[in-house]
Design a binder for this molecule. Structure first.
Ligand SMILES: [Zn+2]
Length: 392
């Protein structure tokens, strides 16, 4: 005799007493098999229940091919076969799964109605609940399906489990055909006046318990789409979390949550202005530095203390833009020097080879083309760059 499924009879049952039939194993982990259980074993995309069996913690529930429900337990010695145990389920987890599972039925039907998109598979994971559809959904269809599903939730329709006779079953229209062998008792879940489909999972009693149904992501998947959604407790948690994050952002910008986007726009404009001003300041700075160099000197070698790398690049490029001029300039950075070598069109200096030789001598790395090269040197800010070049 397989475990009697109390969860099928009463999805609201959260505490019961049962007898230990035997000790089992699930992979490497010890399990308890009872004569009856309200713990839902993982199947049909819904995760297994958690809770307590006496002093033991039930960390997962699974079902074997014979229909025995395995309670994966931790936290002490296992009670002997024949012993009676008091069982309680993790109510919040189960309610979350019931809401997600029922919302999946409602959304699957809504996606069919709105877009003719049948459900290929569904998964109610620890972190994400998803529906994969046979055809691709548009953003508009996503919004319409979400609105229809929410309308069904708000209408507080009854949700029932039906076990029809073969004759009754033949007369009923279903969203998808039963997967069980012909002649086996089929269990249907009906959302009154909206959806009827075979399912062995746990569901809420009325659609108002779904609260908010929200599609949080829509991406292409195989030939169709993958819809990620939240409902019930998970939807509320997510919305509260998002609202708190937005309020915190509003606090940092000293504005209302609804005005955060405007505040970010303003910040972006200020950043663009600041970048433009910085660019102009650097150009002016480069100009002033270049004015101080003797134009008769073809080769200019110097560590430019206090300059940033971008400005050093600008200065080197400007200097080496004509004739046989050459520039080997460096800016102090954290842990060393950033060196830039550049040559004019008439110079035959190999900048790449020069930077490589410098890096080899002082430590560091870098290289580039004969016309232009850069490197990072392990050298102090007061390095005599000309002497280092002579030795390289
Ligand atoms: Zn279901």
């Amino acid at each position: 005799m397989p475990t009697e499924r109390l969860d099928r009879r009463d999805p609201a049952l959260r505490a019961f007493e049962a007898r230990v039939l035997r000790h089992g194993r699930w992979g490497e982990r010890p399990t308890l098999v009872l004569d009856a259980s309200a713990f839902y074993p993982e199947s049909g995309g819904q995760l297994g229940d958690r809770g307590r069996l006496g002093a033991l913690e039930v960390v997962d529930t699974q079902i074997d091919d014979a229909g025995d429900v395995h309670h994966l337990v931790e936290g002490g010695p296992l009670p002997s076969p024949g012993a009676r145990v008091e069982a309680t389920l993790d109510d919040a987890r189960r309610r979350e799964h019931m809401a997600l599972h029922t919302a999946q039925h409602v959304l699957s039907r809504a996606l069919e109605e709105v877009a003719g998109a049948t459900t290929v598979s569904a998964r109610l994971g620890e972190r994400a609940a998803t529906i994969d559809t046979a055809r691709t959904l548009s953003e508009r269809q996503r919004r319409e399906a979400e609105a229809l599903a929410q309308e069904i939730a708000d209408a507080d329709r009854p949700v029932r489990a039906l076990t029809p006779s073969p004759e009754e079953l033949a007369r009923l229209s279903l969203r998808r055909a039963p997967k069980v062998a012909p002649g086996t008792q089929v269990r249907l879940i009906e959302v009154e006046g909206f959806d009827r489909t075979p399912c062995g999972g746990t569901h809420v009693a009325r659609t108002a318990q779904l609260g908010t149904i929200q599609i949080t992501d829509l991406v292409g998947h195989k030939a169709g789409s993958r819809v990620t959604f939240v409902a019930g407790l998970r939807a509320r948690r997510r919305l509260l979390h998002d609202a708190a994050a937005l309020r915190a952002l509003g606090g940092r910008f000293s504005c209302a949550p609804a005005d955060v986007a405007l505040a970010v726009d303003k910040l972006e404009r200020q950043l663009a202005d600041a970048r433009e001003a910085l660019g102009a300041a650097r150009a002016g700075w480069a100009e002033a530095i270049l004015a101080g160099v003797d134009p008769a000197e073809a080769r200019w070698v110097q560590v430019l203390a206090g300059l940033d790398v971008d400005t050093v690049r600008q200065v080197a490029t400007r200097w080496a833009s004509e004739g046989a001029r050459e520039a080997v300039l460096a800016a102090p950075t954290e842990g060393g020097l950033h060196v830039v070598a550049a040559r004019g069109p008439e110079s035959e200096l190999d900048c790449g080879a020069l930077v490589k030789a410098l890096a080899k001598r002082l430590g560091g790395g870098g290289g580039g083309r004969p016309e232009r090269a850069e490197g990072r040197l392990k050298a102090p800010a007061d390095l005599d760059l000309a002497a280092a070049l002579d030795g390289a």
